[in-house]
Ligand binder design. Structure first.
Ligand code: NAD
Length: 490
């Protein structure tokens, strides 16, 4: 077994307004491998003074009469495409840094964190190139109206640690395409990939002032969100964090989009093909990817009562045969949790599940055999769980599935929607029309049929406690634009 420590990055400067600058304080963030717990890098921690400098630089760039915000969209698109190339050139370095920091298995990191970021940049470069800045609409009361799209100003992007680069790009790419400046705050758990991105931005020739990357924790995030120089906030993170951000933005009447937690349902209809050879990989992606640390996963598996035991057996096999180990190895499907806190949280939920009477079919308490270092937990399958149980209602954010029985399709829809969240989900069936009927009825922002993976060209976002606002698709660009109506009287 090779527990490669390939990163070991020590950086002295912060990326403020597109320029590497000496940080205002000598505070540092030390990054440890989620697998070995060894130090793999260290970067400066940004402070409020650094935020002030970044916001001032962003504001200057935005207000410059010949600056980024005023460029022809095709010229911005060309720079964004250069950035996509620079990101691609660093993708293997990036995915290795992410795997080591948050435990994401490398093959999953390549599928998500190598594929999505540059594709997102190219998608928004294409969109801004083809979208007219102004369009005419015939009026009902007036002759016509000009609808003019402009950038919003200085955007704050707050990023979680679980899929850090893809979630950075859902903000950076449309914000840049629309002509905004942006201040990004990565989580302290995943800062090394953020510095690699900063190198890419520098190499791509994004003009000065337009992008800053300021690593720091919750307090720094709160400072950025309320900063008087910020015009819009885009937050991805927990529902608790999102609520705090929403309150701050409400007070300031500051536009905010919130991509928050989830507890989605994977609904297996009674005609579903449960052959693991055929559905194993896509079912794993939809329910367990990235060690369960993805917001949209269908961690409540709804099983028809007449096939309940079969579903439990199939899931047990899927979890038992998915290799656990060093996330840098290609064969690994389960790596460690991102942090000690996350490991403890998941372990605690496994105890809660047992105390609630859930039947442990796979896994359970304690560390997996042979892994006495690293933030490992045992992937755990609970059966005989009621949808009112805490492990069925609360977001665990780890490799823990609960199987909940249902009577008929209407019952499955009711249980799937009986959640304070509504972000993802999936329906598994041999009959596309029947699956479509169920997909239409579930209260959620997104849902897949016989699989789940977000589609770049379609809006992604939650309902209820999963937040508001959309990322991806044309809707994701609109979130970074203002529209002005100019009424024509003659
Ligand atoms: P978190 O809320 O603790 O932190 C997320 C980010 O917000 C971090 O950068 C953090 O420093 C910052 N932050 C926290 N509180 C803040 C505050 N009051 N003001 C400003 N910034 C603040 O979440 P996490 O533990 O890092 O990430 C996991 C959570 O993110 C899960 O709940 C998951 O479901 C959610 N998530 C949602 C999506 C989505 O698209 N809906 C995607 C990924 C993760």
């Amino acid at each position: 077994m090779s527990l490669t420590t390939a990163t070991n990055v020590d950086r002295a400067e912060l990326f403020i307004g597109g320029v590497w600058q000496k940080p205002a304080s000598d505070r540092r963030i030390t990054v440890r491998s989620a697998t070995t717990e060894e130090v793999i890098g260290s970067v400066p921690e940004a402070t409020e003074a650094d935020v002030d400098r970044a916001v001032a630089a962003a504001r200057r760039a935005f207000d410059d009469p010949r600056g980024w915000s005023t460029w022809d969209p095709a010229d911005r698109a060309a720079v964004i495409e250069r950035l996509a190339d620079e990101v691609d050139a660093r993708s293997e370095e990036t995915v290795r840094a992410i795997s080591q920091q948050n435990g994401m298995p490398i093959t999953i990191a390549r599928a998500l964190e190598a594929a999505y970021p540059s594709a997102t940049l190219r998608f928004y470069a294409d969109l801004i190139r083809t979208q007219p800045v102004e369009e005419q609409r015939p009026g009902l009361f007036l002759k016509s109206t000009t609808i003019r799209r402009t950038p919003i100003g200085v955007v704050a992007g707050i990023i979680p640690w679980n899929v850090p680069q893809s979630l950075t790009m859902t903000k950076l790419a449309p914000a840049l395409a629309a002509g905004n400046s942006i201040v990004l705050k990565p989580s302290p758990e995943t800062v090394l990939d953020a510095f690699i991105l900063a190198d890419a931005i520098s190499a791509a020739g994004v003009p000065e002032g337009v992008v800053s990357i300021l690593p720091g924790g919750r307090d720094l995030g709160a400072y950025i969100v309320s900063h008087p120089g910020i015009d819009k906030v885009a937050f991805t993170g927990s529902t608790v964090g999102g609520r705090a951000v929403a309150k701050a933005c409400a007070e300031l009447l500051r536009p905010v989009s919130l991509e928050l937690g989830g507890k989605s349902a994977a609904i297996i209809l009674d005609d579903a093909d449960l052959d693991l050879q055929k559905i194993g990989q896509s079912f794993f992606t939809a329910t367990l990817a990235n060690n369960g640390q993805v917001c949209f996963l269908g961690t409540r598996v709804l099983a028809p009562r007449k096939r309940y035991d079969e579903v439990v057996d199939v899931l047990a096999a899927l979890m038992q045969y998915s290799p656990l180990g060093d996330p840098l190895e290609d064969a690994t499907l389960f790596g460690p949790m991102a942090s000690k806190a996350q490991q403890e949280r998941v372990a605690n939920y496994i105890e809660i599940g047992k105390s609630e009477g859930g039947r442990v079919v796979v896994g359970g308490s304690g560390r997996p055999d042979g892994w006495d270092r690293g933030h490992f937990v045992r992937p755990t399958l609970f059966a005989d769980v009621d949808n009112t149980a805490r492990i069925a209602q609360e977001e665990i954010f780890g490799p823990v599935l609960t199987v909940i029985g249902y009577d008929d399709d209407a019952d499955a829809i009711r249980i799937a929607s009986d959640s304070e969240y509504g972000l993802g989900g999936s329906v598994w069936s041999a009959d596309p029309d029947r699956a479509m009927g169920v997909a239409r009825a579930v209260e959620t922002g997104t849902i897949g049929i016989n699989g789940y993976i977000p589609e770049l060209s379609a809006p992604f976002g939650g309902v209820k406690q999963s937040g508001y606002g959309k990322e991806f698709g044309a809707e994701g660009l609109a979130a970074y634009q203002q529209v002005k109506s100019i009424y024509h009287f003659a």
